[in-house]
Design a binder for this molecule. Structure first.
Ligand SMILES: Nc1ncnc2c1ncn2[C@@H]1O[C@H](COP(=O)(O)OP(=O)(O)OP(=O)(O)O)[C@@H](O)[C@H]1O
Length: 370
């Protein structure tokens, strides 16, 4: 059994810090948090006004003194302070309870497969800032693969797509490690921005967020071709106005990010040994992450690659479910090596830990959590 799986089993908390949503699983208690990764703060006093669902509802509707912040982007923490405040507000009391019962609060957190030292450091600092004394970093495709029941630890290829808010990670896994992987700027938010940009340029209209989701239906192959009426704000006059949007135009607007995904899939397959590609030809790929639910995405991938495409059950929960499986010791045989899927970060004693590469486990005690 590898030390990293042993370490993961000792964790009591699993965190999937996503650009769109934050999910926190606590051993023995289940999924305690599944909330938007959003914080609203008072810009004058710095006071926290709302987090999660409440903060997201304020987005786009705030007066000057309230700022709505998204502290995570593309699976990477970009504002550590806000991410810590968000986690404390969402789950702080529970973590304090666990920390009181256990001498050492250990947490596991997902990071993108290509996260660099700074991104790893940011995830680690976010968790230590809310009381974790030891942090296990697990790459998101491995966690998602385990979370949807794929045999990622077996000597056979599995292809997993983690379709997040702004990025999609494509990975081929075998023996618990990533064999080849790539990332493309495609997700629910990318599609959202592409559609907003198209309507703005073509119709000089700014769309509210809730008007976009119905337009996603244009992605489906069987889109009837009927134009959809949407209400927005005229760019010039500032007045409310409706326009008719042709589904064919929406498909055109999102073609570029979709082409990027097909290119990334091909590039990843190109880097795989032929034996693994043969496995994948039989099995196809599995889509996880919330954007896997985008209407028509699976069909378009099937048409574009000729491979079988499966959408996981509750795809948005796969990464956190995979972490939960590791924490509960449901992953075996234990073939995930320490330099592959999971890495341990221990809290540093001093700044020299920061200088050490993120790939190196740093043995030291954490400072007392706030
Ligand atoms: N039913 C749905 N149809 C289309 N898109 C959806 C649906 N449900 C969720 N999404 C999209 O999924 C994305 C969120 O997915 P998920 O929760 O997996 O992302 P995340 O883990 O927070 O993001 P990331 O991995 O980029 O950090 C959002 O962009 C959202 O618009």
């Amino acid at each position: 059994m590898s030390s990293s799986l042993e370490d993961l089993r000792r964790c009591s908390v699993a965190v999937d810090l996503g650009a769109a949503r934050t999910r926190v699983y606590v051993k023995g208690a289940g999924l305690l948090v599944d909330q938007p990764s959003v914080v609203a703060v008072n810009t004058f006093s710095g006071a926290l006004i709302a987090v999660g669902d409440a903060a997201e509802r304020m987005d786009g509707r705030t007066p000057h003194h309230i700022r709505v912040v998204r502290p995570v982007s593309g699976g990477t923490v970009i504002d550590i302070d806000m991410a810590q405040r968000m986690l404390r507000a969402l789950v702080g009391e529970k973590l304090r309870g666990i920390a009181r019962r256990r001498a050492l609060l250990r947490a596991a957190v997902t990071v993108p497969h290509d996260a660099g030292p700074l991104a790893r450091r940011a995830a680690y600092e976010t968790l230590t800032g809310v009381g974790a004394r030891r942090v296990e970093l697990v790459d998101a495709p491995t966690a998602a693969g385990l979370g949807c029941g794929l045999p990622v630890e077996q000597p056979e290829a599995t292809m997993i797509l983690v379709c997040g808010a702004a990025t999609t990670q494509v990975a081929v896994l075998s023996l618990g490690s990533i064999v080849a992987a790539g990332t493309v700027s495609l997700g629910g938010d990318t599609i959202h921005h592409a559609v907003v940009q198209y309507v703005r340029n073509r119709h000089e209209l700014l769309l509210p967020s809730q008007a976009i989701r119905p337009l996603h239906l244009a992605l489906t192959g069987d889109a009837s071709g009927e134009a959809a009426e949407v209400l927005g704000r005229d760019v010039v006059t500032g007045l409310a106005r409706t326009v008719l949007i042709d589904p064919a135009d929406v498909r055109g607007a999102i073609q570029t990010p979709l082409t990027g995904l097909s290119d990334t899939l091909r590039a990843v397959l190109h880097r795989c040994p032929p034996d693994l590609v043969a496995d994948l030809a039989e099995r196809g790929m599995v889509l996880t992450g919330g954007s896997a639910l985008m209407p028509g995405l699976a069909e378009r991938l099937r048409d574009g690659t000729g491979m079988a495409v499966h959408v996981a059950d509750q795809p948005e929960l796969c990464p956190v479910r995979g972490l939960a499986a590791m924490l509960e010791g449901r992953v075996g045989p234990a073939r995930l090596d320490a330099k592959g899927a999971a890495e341990t970060e221990e809290a540093p004693e001093a700044d020299d830990a920061v200088a050490a590469g993120a790939d190196d486990a740093v043995a030291a005690e954490a400072p007392q959590s706030a």
